[in-house]
Design a protein around this ligand. Structure first.
Ligand SMILES: *Cc1c(COP(=O)(O)O)cnc(C)c1O
Length: 347
């Protein structure tokens, strides 16, 4: 048995299931899949995928082939799609062995898939680049014989500016529609979380939410709909009295003006709490906000306990983690707040 943790990540599974259902509802006649790459955006495949599966998700998206195995353990018959596609020949063999379906992103990947699966007529997905210029074949490449040789299940594209009211959204939508006429496919998919907020015109047959499953709110349409999933709890590991003039932490950025009681809390960079998040941040003891003093110092922060005599070593505090608010407070994106949580939390 491992000793008691001083960091906990509580995953609210009801909120997670509710988020998937709401995103599925907002997808209209399309169904919602689930982007579960990066270990469910840092929250944990083992904690999240069974809930998403039981809520009804049937299409799971990861970025790397190395993410397939952990996911397979939890889904039975649902489909795993690998967004980065077959970069190496060994990826093709791995796809055939595991049943994970590659997203083809280039003519090279298309040829690699076709030659590696010779005769199998194996299904793949196709990413079409309609303006993000990241992954995907260009619309002008769709007439290439390498694309015609594919057996395409989902034809997809990815929105670059869906979290903004940008003219780019409508441009990508109409470009995607034209591409769908040019390539044979079973179904079509365009929207990520923010795209779902743009409305059902953008939904096609399948949506691919990630961020909002885990509590992210990239557009106002999702405010009040999406619930907080991750709750970050941190323990006080030591308390101390400062004298007037005592400085706290690296570079002594906070100096006590009067004697005061402070607590050292086990939360640091490796837990996603980067130095940029320190200034102005608080930890909550119930309704009380305790300010963080000085710099985040590797594995620790120091909080002001002058108004919290009752708190001592071993007591738990909560890091405010309502993602839109936390992102605004810290200038760290909602994606980064989640994916940098690290591996030291008891989940
Ligand atoms: C990560 C990803 C998603 C999910 O995006 P969110 O903004 O997190 O909802 C959807 N589609 C693709 C291709 C992705 O890479």
């Amino acid at each position: 048995m491992s000793p008691e943790p001083t960091l906990r990540l509580r995953i609210d599974k009801q909120a997670l299931a509710s988020n998937w259902r709401e995103l599925d509802r907002m997808s209209g006649t399309a169904s919602a899949g689930a982007a579960v790459k990066a270990d469910c955006y840092g929250l944990g495949i083992d904690q999240c995928v069974p809930t998403l599966r039981d809520a009804g998700a049937r299409h799971f998206f990861v970025a790397h082939w190395s993410e397939v195995a952990a996911l397979r353990a939890h889904i039975d018959g649902a489909q795993i799609a690998v967004l980065h596609g077959p970069v190496h020949d060994s990826d093709v063999a791995y796809a055939l062995e595991t049943g994970a379906v590659p997203v083809i992103n280039s003519l090279d990947q298309a040829r690699r898939w076709t030659s590696g699966t010779a005769g199998a007529n194996a299904k793949c997905h196709l990413m079409i680049d309609t303006g993000i210029n990241r992954l995907g074949v260009a619309p002008s490449e769709l007439s290439d014989p390498a694309i015609a040789a594919l057996n395409i299940d989902i034809a997809m594209s990815h929105l670059a500016n869906a979290d903004e009211n940008s003219a780019m959204n409508a441009r990508q939508l109409s470009a995607f529609r034209e591409c769908l006429d040019a390539v044979s496919h079973d179904s079509a998919s365009l929207s990520n979380s923010a795209g779902i907020g743009l409305g059902t015109d953008y939904a096609f047959d399948l949506t691919r939410p990630g961020l909002s499953l885990y509590g992210g709110v990239p557009r106002d349409e999702l405010l009040g709909v999406i619930k907080q999933v991750a709750h970050v709890q941190v323990a006080i590991i030591q308390t101390r009295m400062l004298k007037a003039g005592d400085a706290v932490g690296y570079n002594g950025e906070f100096t006590a003006k009067t004697p005061m009681r402070v607590g050292t809390v086990s939360l640091g960079y490796a837990d996603g709490f980067l130095r940029v998040r320190g200034p102005g941040a608080v930890l909550m003891a119930g309704e009380r906000a305790l300010r963080i003093l000085g710099k985040v110092s590797m594995d620790m922060v120091v909080v002001d306990l002058s108004e919290a005599d009752d708190l001592g070593e071993g007591d738990w505090l909560e890091l405010p983690f309502h993602l839109p608010d936390a992102a605004q407070q810290s200038a760290v994106s909602q994606y980064e707040l989640l994916t940098t949580l690290g591996h030291r939390f008891a989940r």
